[in-house]
Design a protein. Structure first.
Length: 151
């Protein structure tokens, strides 16, 4: 399976049934099983998340010039992680997704529509608790597809 060079947003659930959105910035690892659901430039997974009703507000944890997309995802109850390494010098890279926006009200995975529950089950992170996990190295948790030049 080849890495899709696009800014894909995929989602997962944690051990407490919270939902999180992961923004790849066109460089972050993507769970192999997630790619079966969305490898298109149209952002089908992001559209599914954004089609959910707003249930609260979002709080940015990192400064961004254009935080709207992160806030929109958090308003729908998702914790939002970004591949921030794309903006960092080599020495500062964490090789992890970083929590950049938190929802005021988290969405439980059992409140997702059926198809979204199936997608989220393919990226279930049972030993993780998103509110307490500022960095996530997905490569240690799931079989991932990486960009060709990734270490």
């Amino acid at each position: 399976m080849r890495y899709p060079h696009l800014d894909l947003i995929w989602f997962a659930t944690d051990g407490s049934n919270n939902v999180a959105a992961f923004v790849t910035a066109g460089r972050g690892p993507i769970p192999r099983r997630v790619l079966q659901w969305d490898a298109s430039p149209n952002g089908l997974l992001a559209d599914k998340l954004l089609s959910l009703p707003v249930i609260g507000s979002g709080r940015m944890l990192q400064p961004y010039a254009n935080p709207e997309r992160f806030l929109q995802l958090a308003e729908r109850g998702a914790y939002v992680y970004d591949w921030t390494d794309v903006h960092k010098a080599e020495a500062a890279r964490t090789r992890s997704y970083e929590l950049v926006c938190a929802p005021s009200v988290s969405r439980a995975s059992n409140d997702l529509p059926d198809e979204m529950k199936l997608i989220a089950a393919d990226a279930s992170l049972a030993g993780v608790n998103f509110p307490e996990q500022p960095l996530l190295d997905i490569r240690l948790l799931l079989d991932c597809v990486l960009p060709p030049e990734a270490p």
